[in-house]
Design a binder for this molecule. Structure first.
Ligand code: SAM
Length: 252
C-alpha cells in the first residue's frame, strides 16, 4: 500500500458516508461483457474499500470475497457487511488460491496496484475464461460546470487528480500482455444531490482527503459559492461517466 493510499484510509468513515455508489447499468454491462451473470458467480473484489461495490455484487447473488489492504476501510466494510468474507491483502499479491474465481473486480482501485504484478495475480486466481473487470466512476467533464470545477481544483490543489489511469487501462494491459484482449465501455449515469452531499463526495477524493484542512477549507467554501450560483435550488445535477475495462483469461 502506498503512503497516499494509507493516508486516505484514515478518512474511511467519511468515504463510507459520501461516495455515490454504482448504478445497476454498470453491473449489467459487466455481465454482458463477461457473458455470464453475477448470480452464483465467485467474485474477488480487490481494493473493496468500505464495500460499496462488494455489497452490490452480493445483492446480485454473487459469492463475494473482499480483499482490502487498509485497516480503516476494512473496519467500515465489516460494520456495513458483517456477512461478507474479508481478507487483508492487496492486488499485487492476492491472498487467495489459484483458479477459484469467475470474476476479479477492482472498483476504482486498480490504479493503486503495480500492473506487472496485479495482472498476473488476477490471471492466477481466475478460472479459465474468468473475467477481470476494472472500473472508475467520475464526474463527467462534458458538463461545463464539472469541467470548470475540475480545473479550479487542479489549480488550487496541485496534487489533485481524478482517476487519470481509467481510460488507459486497456492500453496498459495490452502493452504488457499481448495475448489478452481487453474490452472497454464508457457508461453514463446521473443523480441529484444536495450541495453538501456533493462537497462531501469531493472531500473523499484522495488528495482532498489528505490535504491539510487549512488548505482544503477555502477551496470547498469557494466551490459552495459557485455551486449555489449554478444550482440556486441547492440541488446539484451530477453526471457521471464510468470507464469500464473487462478482460477474459484465456481458456488455456
Ligand atoms: C477509491 S477506493 C475504492 C474502494 C471501493 N472499491 C469502492 O468502490 O468504493 C480505493 C481502495 O483501494 C485500496 N488499495 C490501496 N492500495 C491497494 C492495492 N495495492 N491493492 C488493492 N487495493 C488497494 C484502498 O485501501 C481503497 O480501499
Amino acid at each position: 500500500m502506498t503512503e497516499l493510499a494509507r493516508s486516505s484510509d484514515s478518512a474511511a468513515a467519511q468515504y463510507a458516508a459520501a461516495r455515490p455508489g454504482y448504478p445497476p447499468l454498470l453491473f449489467d454491462a459487466v455481465e454482458v461483457m463477461a457473458d455470464r451473470a453475477f448470480e452464483g458467480a465467485h467474485v474477488i473484489d480487490v481494493g473493496a474499500g468500505t464495500g460499496i461495490a462488494t455489497g452490490l455484487m452480493r445483492d446480485r447473488g454473487a459469492h463475494v470475497l473482499a480483499v482490502e489492504p487498509g485497516p480503516g476501510m476494512a473496519a467500515q466494510l465489516r460494520t456495513a457487511h458483517p456477512d461478507i468474507r474479508l481478507v487483508q491483502g492487496d492486488g499485487d499479491a492476492l491472498p487467495v488460491a489459484s483458479g477459484c474465481a469467475d470474476f476479479v473486480t477492482y472498483a476504482q482501485a486498480w490504479h493503486w496496484t503495480e500492473p506487472t504484478r496485479s495482472i498476473p495475480e488476477a490471471l492466477r486466481v481466475l478460472k479459465p475464461r474468468g473475467v477481470l473487470a476494472l472500473w472508475w466512476n467520475a464526474l463527467d467533464p462534458a458538463a461545463a460546470w464539472a469541467a470548470e470545477q475540475e480545473t479550479r481544483l487542479r489549480e488550487r490543489l496541485p496534487d489533485y487528480y481524478q482517476y487519470g489511469a481509467a481510460p488507459k487501462a486497456p492500453v496498459i494491459i495490452k502493452t504488457l500482455y499481448d495475448g489478452l484482449t481487453p474490452a472497454f465501455r464508457r457508461l453514463q449515469w446521473s443523480r441529484e444531490v444536495t450541495i453538501d452531499a456533493h462537497l462531501a463526495h469531493l472531500t473523499t477524493r484522495s488528495q482532498l482527503a489528505v490535504s491539510d484542512r487549512e488548505k482544503a477549507a477555502p477551496v470547498l467554501a469557494e466551490e459552495r459559492a459557485v455551486l449555489l450560483r449554478i444550482f440556486p435550488d441547492g440541488v446539484v445535477r451530477e453526471q457521471y461517466v464510468i470507464n469500464l475495462t473487462a478482460v477474459r483469461k484465456p481458456a488455456r
